[in-house]
Design a protein around this ligand. Structure first.
Ligand code: 26W
Length: 809
């Protein structure tokens, strides 16, 4: 079948799907049936494209990249694929008289929320950029049955509900039973002498089937299609007849459930490792299934595994898939007869690692006995890797026991996954210039001393076609009028928009577009949450995971400050403001949930304030259930983007880039990619405040004295007093204590230290906002400066600097 791309062909194809799968014609079909038929049709186009690209890659004997990640936060797919394939008009034509529009179909798609936040969304943006750059790429993750929980706010508290995405999302997945593999857990290592030396195998182990489901991701006007392979766990069901004869039917069924639990649900913590056995199983499940798949395909194609490093780059996205290092060793040695040195050489030339966080609670450490029990062969290999590595370090740093101890993979009964990742990789990179420097001087200092050349930086980027072209059509049209459409494929072209910074008509249009996007957001908030928002107010937005280090609390303190000023003088002249928050908290993270409660109470308190003068000038909105799709509505409508983490803590941030490309102005610390954003737009087009990473370090080292800030600052005193007095009938004395006295625990993110500087920068932002032309000019510079933060650029850097990967043309 030739690829359908005209209206007529698409209509025929959709009709075919409807009659074959649902027994209805286009005229009779429900919206849901049409949605599914359209997706199946698009999927066919992608499959055909992928096959053609596959063929080309094979002919060129091209190297491939394999990107391993425990999370992929895809959001919706239909709009993105239709856009990238350029078949929107044809599809609209095909839908013709059905009465169902393409937009309605887009809206009916559930988000694939198979990720928590930045890490997972980055993986999704990268799949897009890889395809657009014509790189042969496969992403690997888990086909969780339940994605990130749905957030429901009840009386200001977050509650969690399961996210059932498969019924609407499954239609994107193509089951590849032919590539099913088995993953082994538990058991005992048996070593046997064979002709090829000692061979280890696992006896009495538990086996789980890993079934791959493929999802295609189209590039923009390119030949390549990225394949995302998601593994689902299935019980092997070789029923234990003994237990059946004993009538232990229920036990059998329970074992079934245990196997399938592995791919049941995404762990909802972000930047916090829990050390749970099921999570370890998930990680090994992903890693083992993926490596078996990569190795099988390589052997099928090339017959010999010695060439693996020339044909495959295996990338581990944070330490979560780090077990791929011992797993590749296992496969090479136990299944393909390689000796240790040969196998290690291949691993070290193939695997590369990206670090995404320096937060100590996020650094994964598994109990040795857990790994030993669950993965005995892997444990033995890790021990051997460690022994050899420590011996090597002993030669390099003879006598420096402390250093060697710090670098050791095994220590005090735990396996340090970050150390394993560095030891087994050819390259380690951070995700922004600042972060890449910090890891060299902090968590990986010893490794950097030993192998300085291993370390590099690749600053994150975003799929600018999704975050600009698809979610802000109006701004995209304006850009096309001004600078042509070259930026769609090459985001660096956006810099030409600078030339329009003094063009009054363009500045006017910028402001009209922002206004329109704000109105659209307002109607969405009204219809979805029943909350009325004033589009004439300034939209000041903080949207990201809820975490102490991201300092939503500092934002709340600023709002309390304004509230207090208004209570004192309701006639205070000020630009009316709406502070918008969107964030999910890890279910077990009490402090994060408490911050949500504070924001919601503040919001209610303001809503109930009897004085309309106050109400009209200040409001707070907490958007429930933040998701990729919500972000696509939110970013284009934002005017101020809050990127206010304690400097040194946010590895990069990618939300910051999404706001920027939509013309929002950043209020931010010199943290993560904010530093480079400032370089791109110039000091005058970003609002920077607060301590630098070095100042933060110093202050923490020399003792952070919150009370000193409090004693010298009456404004801070009034904010603390208000927290104690409370909002909407509830005291937040606990938060006041947290900020002030370090009780019950100290605020390690030092909100009090940056408070003054934060107020000052907001004052400055207010002044500029009053001068609309100046503000719009800043917005122009931000859009123009955002081109660097395209994922296309990030991927090109990975391909050149780390993977040695060529695009196939
Ligand atoms: C094991 C628990 C756990 C889960 C997720 C630990 C750590 C993570 C992630 C690495 C956290 C994360 O998403 N980090 C974010 O990665 C983004 C993409 O590089 C960066 O932009 C963010 O700054 C960083 O917080």
């Amino acid at each position: 079948m030739a690829t359908a791309t005209t209206s007529k062909e698409l209509k025929e194809a959709i009709n075919g799907k409807l009659s074959r799968y649902f027994g209805v014609s286009l005229a009779e079909a429900t919206k849901e049936q049409i949605y599914k038929a359209v997706v199946m049709t698009v999927r066919d186009i992608l499959l055909e494209k992928r096959n053609a690209f596959h063929y080309k890659t094979k002919a060129a004997k091209g190297k491939r990249v394999y990107y391993l990640c425990m999370e992929v936060l895809l959001g919706r797919s239909l709009k993105n694929n239709v856009y990238n394939l350029g078949i929107g008009d044809a599809l609209t034509g095909a839908l013709g008289a059905t009465g169902v529009t393409l937009d309605e179909l887009y809206e009916s798609e559930p988000d694939a929320g198979l990720g928590n936040g930045g890490l997972g969304r980055l993986a999704a943006c990268f799949m897009d950029a890889l395809a657009t750059g014509n790189y042969p790429a496969m992403g690997y993750s888990i086909r969780y049955e339940y994605g990130l929980f749905k957030q429901k706010i009840v009386d200001g508290w977050q509650t969690e509900l399961p996210d059932v995405w498969l019924p609407g999302g499954e239609v994107w997945l193509t089951q590849r039973s032919d590539m099913t593999v088995r993953v082994k857990f538990d058991g005992k290592v048996e070593e046997k002498w064979t002709e090829n030396g000692m061979k280890a195998s696992l006896e009495n182990c538990t086996e789980v089937e890993a079934i791959p489901y493929d999802m295609m991701i189209s590039g923009k006007d390119s030949d390549a299609v990225s394949v995302l392979r998601l593994w689902a766990a299935k019980s092997v069901r070789n029923f234990d007849m003994n237990s059946f004869s004993e009538g232990d039917y229920m036990r059998c069924m329970q074992e079934d459930n245990e196997a399938e639990l592995i791919s049941k649900v995404l762990y909802p913590s972000d930047n916090h490792s829990e050390g749970k056995s099921l999570r370890l199983k998930q990680q090994y499940f992903l890693v083992s299934a993926t490596l078996q798949n990569i190795v099988n395909e390589h052997v099928r194609r090339y017959g010999d595994l010695h060439t693996l490093p020339d044909k495959a780059a295996i990338h581990i996205n944070d330490t979560h898939p780090a077990l791929c290092i011992p797993e590749l060793m296992r496969i090479l040695m136990d299944e393909h007869g390689f000796g240790w040195d040969e196998a290690w050489d291949i691993v070290k030339k193939t695997v590369a690692y990206t670090n995404h966080t320096v937060m100590s609670e996020a650094l994964e450490k598994w109990n040795e006995d857990l790994i030993e029990r669950r993965l005995p062969r892997i444990y033995a290999i890790i021990k051997e890797i460690n022994q050899r590595f420590c011996a090597e370090m002993w030669n390099k740093f003879t006598g420096d026991w402390d250093k060697i101890e710090r670098m050791s993979i095994l220590s005090h009964g735990v396996v340090r996954m970050a150390n394993l990742s560095v030891v087994g990789s050819k390259s380690v990179n951070g995700v922004s210039a600042l972060h890449s420097e910090i890891i060299k001087n902090s968590i990986f200092k010893d490794f950097h001393d030993a192998y300085p050349d291993m370390f590099t930086n690749v600053t994150n980027g975003i799929a600018h076609r999704r975050w600009l072209c698809q979610s802000n059509v109006e701004l995209t049209e304006l850009l096309k009028e001004c600078i042509g459409d070259g930026f769609i494929k090459d985001a660096s072209v956006l810099s030409r928009f600078k030339d329009f910074a003094n063009d009054k008509t363009v500045l006017m249009k910028m402001s009209e577009i922002k206004r329109l996007k704000k109105e659209q957001l307002c109607s969405y908030i009204l219809s979805d949450m029943g909350i009325k928002v004033d589009p004439d107010s300034l939209f000041d937005v903080q949207a990201k995971r809820l975490h102490e280090y991201k300092r939503q609390l500092l934002n709340a303190m600023h709002i309390i400050r304004i509230y207090n000023a208004l209570k004192e003088d309701p006639d205070l002249e000020m630009q009316p403001k709406t502070f918008i928050f969107a964030a999910k908290a890890a279910p077990g993270y009490y402090m994060a949930k408490r911050i949500i409660k504070l924001i919601c109470s503040l919001s209610e308190d303001l809503r109930k304030n009897p004085n309309a003068k106050i109400r009209n000038k200040l409001s707070v909105v907490y958007l429930e259930n933040y998701s990729v799709t919500m972000a696509e509505r939110l970013m284009p409508a934002s005017e101020i983007s809050e990127q206010i983490s304690t400097a040194g803590k946010e590895a990069s941030g990618t939300g910051n880039m999404k706001f920027m490309i939509n013309g929002a102005i950043t209020v931010g610390t010199l943290d993560g990619a904010n530093v480079e954003m400032k370089e791109q737009v110039g000091d005058d087009n970003i609002f920077i405040f607060g301590m630098t990473a070095r100042e933060v370090e110093d202050m923490w080292k020399h003792g952070y004295d919150a009370t000193a800030f409090y004693n010298n600052n009456p404004v801070l005193q009034s904010v603390i007093a208000s927290l104690k007095a409370g909002f909407n009938g509830e005291s937040f004395a606990d938060m006041a204590n947290y900020l002030l006295t370090g009780s019950p625990v100290a605020d390690p993110y030092m909100c009090m230290a940056d408070f003054n500087s934060y107020l000052d920068i907001h004052k400055k932002a207010d002044e500029v906002y009053a001068d609309k032309e100046k503000w719009n000019k800043m917005a122009v510079y931000n859009v123009a400066g955002s081109g660097y933060f395209s994922a296309d650029r990030s991927i090109k850097e990975y391909a050149e600097k780390i993977w040695d990967l060529k695009s196939i043309r």
